[in-house]
Ligand binder design. Structure first.
Ligand code: UD1
Length: 415
């Protein structure tokens, strides 16, 4: 298994280009199943989760060809409605194929994703609302088996603004006769992106960017070309790495509006941040602690909580960060403590003392974003930190080592 060696402390300097968002492309790839016309997607990031989703599409019969930075998907060859356990168990986002398979084939058999490192993550909101659209669902042998004689437009009210459920239901409604309303929909930018993609394919989604999304069924879709938004969580990670290491970094190809809560919080902490149409520039700053709760968009993203904790170990004063989205999302904390951080966990809050003198230790990645926090801390720590289980990072950070090296970090990956 590969390891990362971070020879710290490191200063970063220069420009980093952000990849297209994993969490935008995962549902967009699933939505490819809706169409029997060719779909051309630009700059799909080379990430393990994306490879898993593409493999899942190929297993379902989709033909995939790559030409330069454009990958073409032809789902006219779709010949299966079954997403098997061997792929689904490695990536929860496989559940995204449920809605489009039901919309296109009127049947789907998708393995239940099960729990994951950060929490139990049920899919009840996906399933109860699909039932409201006329789907008949049975859970048998670890699989969701669903069929629908005719998908019905319906008024859906989500009990929580689940990102995945909003996306799955939006895709399920693309051909349903009439208008489906998804009330209390999630507001994350990746949802807007999926809606824009569905519209680019000839679908009819309105209320984009609001809590009430309306999907009016269409008879057929058309050939389309699309490129997803920049990855706001990757950008937040580089932003916090720059601030933690007292560096000047320009982060390009991301929409700063997608990170407004994060940049406003960091500015209140003392960060010198400038934003433009497609970039965020950060300068070496003296920061103080913060009190923040993770929340659905436009609040502070749970996917940047671990990285913020790592940053808060380096600021002046103490911080309190509470996790409200997932029940078990502090696995980075014991690893950060191994590097010398002073953090106490109480219930869903982490209490962090700043100005910790971090020094190297062998540490281990536990999930994707926890791993990003460990990299930030290792960049601040004195000595060589060995980070194990880097496959977690491969799920969500494209060219991480190269990007960090371009910024001047002394980082290497060893087999
Ligand atoms: C998506 C993101 C993930 C991010 C999360 C919250 C993708 C591929 N993943 O995950 O990176 O951390 O949004 O921003 O886009 N819930 C239920 N029942 C359901 C669905 C969700 O109880 O049917 C709960 C979950 O257990 C969790 C909360 O709702 O506690 C939020 O989950 P959700 O918004 O659905 O996140 P995901 O779509 O899984």
């Amino acid at each position: 298994m590969d390891k990362l060696l971070v020879h710290g402390p490191c200063k970063l300097n220069g420009t980093v280009k952000i990849s297209r968002a994993k969490n935008a492309y995962l549902p967009i790839l699933a939505a490819v199943l809706l169409s029997d016309k060719k779909i051309h997607l630009k700059n799909i990031p080379e990430l393990q989760d994306i490879k898993t989703m593409i493999k899942l599409l190929q297993n379902l019969g989709v033909t995939v060809t790559k030409n330069g930075n454009i990958t073409t998907f032809d789902a006219s060859t779709l010949n299966s409605h079954e997403a098997t356990y061997d792929l689904v168990k490695t990536m929860r986002a496989s559940i995204f194929v449920l809605g489009p398979l039901l919309a296109r084939l009127k049947k789907a058999k998708v393995s239940l994703p099960g729990g994951c490192a950060i929490g139990t993550r049920p899919i009840d909101i996906h399933l109860t609302n699909l039932e409201k659209m006329g789907c008949v669902i049975h859970l048998t042998g670890g699989y969701v088996e669903a069929s629908v004689p005719k998908m019905k437009a319906a008024h859906l009210l989500l009990s929580f603004p689940s990102v995945g459920a909003t996306e799955n239901l939006m895709m399920a409604a693309v051909f349903a006769e009439g208008t489906t309303t998804i009330d209390n929909a999630a507001l994350e930018p990746e949802i807007d992106d999926l809606a824009h993609f569905i519209n680019a394919m000839g679908g009819n989604v309105k209320g984009i960017g609001t809590k009430k999304i309306e999907v009016t069924g269409v008879k057929e879709l058309k050939e389309a070309t699309y490129e997803a938004i920049g990855d706001r969580i990757e950008a937040a990670t580089y932003l916090m790495a720059a601030l933690a290491t007292g560096s000047d970094v320009r982060i390009e190809e991301v929409d700063p509006a997608h990170l407004e809560f994060v940049t406003e919080l960091l500015k209140k902490m003392g960060a010198k941040i400038e934003t433009g149409a497609n970039y965020i520039k950060v300068e070496k700053s003296v920061l103080k602690g913060c009190h923040v709760d993770t929340a659905p968009f436009p609040g502070f993203p749970t996917d940047a909580q671990a990285q913020l904790i790592a940053l808060c170990t380096q600021v002046k004063g103490s911080s309190v960060i509470s996790e409200n989205i997932f029940e078990n999302r502090f696995m980075h904390v014991p690893e950060l403590i191994r590097l010398g951080a002073a953090i106490t966990l109480k219930g869903k809050s982490a209490f962090i003392e700043g100005e910790a003198k971090l020094s190297s230790a062998p540490i281990m990645c536990t999930d994707l974003r926890a791993s990003a926090a460990l990299i930030i801390a290792a960049l601040c720590a004195t000595g060589t930190t060995e980070i194990q289980r880097v496959y977690h990072l491969d799920r969500g950070y494209e060219n991480l080592v190269d990007k960090l090296k371009t910024l001047g970090a002394n980082v290497e990956r060893i087999k």
